[in-house]
Design a protein around this ligand. Structure first.
Ligand code: UD1
Length: 420
């Protein structure tokens, strides 16, 4: 296992290019199960999670080859409806093979993904959705087992206790592409990654409209064909670099992504005092000497993303006052508090909120990465802290940030990777 060692306080400067979106790529890869024809995806990020999805596709009857940033996905003629526990348990995103397998093969047996450190993570909405399309579903021995002759379109409400579900919407939308008749998903997730998936499915011959809004309408078709598609940039990676630039008061240009997908963050940063200027395909960040404390609450898109809550908290730990960060999407996503406190932050948790008293500086310390976005927050803290930070279990970081250490090194950071 690797660890990352950072000598903090080095000035950062230069340009960074944002990679393809992990959260858009995973369901799009799952969608290739809906056709026997070849699909080619470009701008695919090389990450642990994309590699896990590639392994899963191979186990389900696809040949998959990398060619630089492209993935070429072909059928090997031996479709398999069983998504095994070993692969699904390492990555929750694997749940989105349920809809495509069921729609294409008429049966699917997908391991329950289980919980993770950011919360319990139920799958009731995924099951409710495929049942609404007429599938018979049972949960047995840790697997979701679903069967159907042919799915039938229906109206389905996909709002849960914490709002819409991103992968739940993705799963049902994929299943409905090959169902008989019309499906209407109400309270659909509006995330750009859901929109991207719908656009890819339409390239494959699906008939979907309303993507990006809470009502998605899908007219089922008999067959989907192959498609050649370029993945959009990763808005969460982009948001992480914007926050890093603001927190470290660095002159960084962040390029090749759509800043409109970060409107909620932009709104908050303006109050913090951080100016973000847009130029064509990139943004430049200018931060004041003193950051103002600003409270945020995470919501589904277009609200403030839960996936940059930890990174924002790292920034808030260096303001001149008190702020509150509340996560309504994953109210238990606070593992990073203890580690940030080890680095001198003053943060306490009260239920689904974190109360952050800003401090003047952070100091380097040995810390442990607990999950993907928490790892990014620790890297950010390490880069601005006084002294040396050692982050263990960085495989979490490698799940979602392509070449993060190389990108940071190119900006002037003192960061290296060692075997533990
Ligand atoms: C996706 C993202 C993840 C992001 C999250 C919320 C991927 C691979 N992952 O995860 O990075 O943090 O969206 O933006 O795209 N819920 C239920 N029942 C369900 C499903 C979910 O109650 O059947 C709840 C969850 O516990 C959570 C909320 O709904 O409280 C949102 O979760 P969801 O949108 O489903 O997250 P994912 O799609 O798994």
């Amino acid at each position: 296992m690797d660890k990352i060692i950072i000598e903090g306080g080095k000035p950062l400067k230069g340009e960074v290019r944002i990679s393809g979106s992990k959260n858009a790529t995973l369901p799009v890869l799952a969608a290739t199960l809906l056709t026997d024809e070849t699909c080619i995806l470009s701008n695919v990020p090389k990450l642990l999670d994309t590699n896990t999805m590639v392994k899963l596709l191979k186990s389900l009857g696809k040949d998959v080859d990398w060619d630089k940033d492209k993935l070429i996905i072909m059928s090997n003629g031996k479709p398999n409806p069983v998504a095994d526990y070993k692969l699904v348990s390492t990555m929750r995103g694997s749940i989105c093979v349920l809809g495509p397998l069921l729609a294409k093969l008429g049966s699917a047996k997908v391991s329950l993904p289980g919980g993770c450190v950011i919360g319990v993570r139920p799958v009731d909405l995924h099951i409710k959705g495929v049942e609404a399309l007429g599938a018979k579903v049972e949960v047995d021995a840790g697997y979701i087992i679903a069967k159907t002759k042919r799915l039938k379109g229906n109206r389905v409400y996909l709002g849960g206790a914490s709002g819409p579900s991103v992968l739940g919407t993705a799963n049902i939308m994929m299943a409905a592409t090959l169902a008989e008749g019309e499906t209407i998903i109400e309270c659909a997730a509006c995330e750009p990654e859901v929109e991207e998936l719908a656009n890819f499915l339409n390239e494959m011959g699906a008939r979907i409209r309303g993507q990006g809004s809470p009502r998605i309408i899908i007219q089922g078709v008999k067959k989907l064909h192959g498609a050649d598609y370029r993945m959009q940039a990763d808005r969460i990676e982009a948001g992480t670099f914007v926050l890093l630039a603001g927190m470290s008061r660095s002159d960084i240009t962040i390029r090749d992504f759509d800043y409109h997908q970060l409107t909620a963050l932009d709104d908050v940063l303006a109050k913090v005092g951080v100016q973000v200027t847009q130029e064509k395909n990139c943004v430049r960040v200018k931060a004041p000497k003193v950051l103002k404390p600003v409270s945020v609450t995470t919501y589904p898109y277009p609200g403030f993303p839960t996936d940059i809550q930890a990174q924002y908290m790292a920034m808030m730990s260096l303001t001149n006052g008190v702020s509150v960060v509340r996560d309504t999407v994953f109210p238990d996503r606070f593992m990073h508090i203890a580690e940030l406190n080890r680095m001198g932050a003053h943060i306490r948790r009260e239920g689904g909120s974190a109360i952050i008293e800003g401090v003047k500086e952070l100091c380097g310390a040995p810390v442990v990465a607990s999950d993907l976005r928490a790892s990014a927050a620790l890297v950010m803290a390490g880069l601005v802290a006084r002294g040396r930070t050692e982050i263990r279990r960085v495989y979490h970081l490698d799940r979602g940030y392509e070449n993060i250490d190389k990108k940071l090194m190119a900006l002037g950071a003192s960061i290296k990777r060692e075997k533990e």
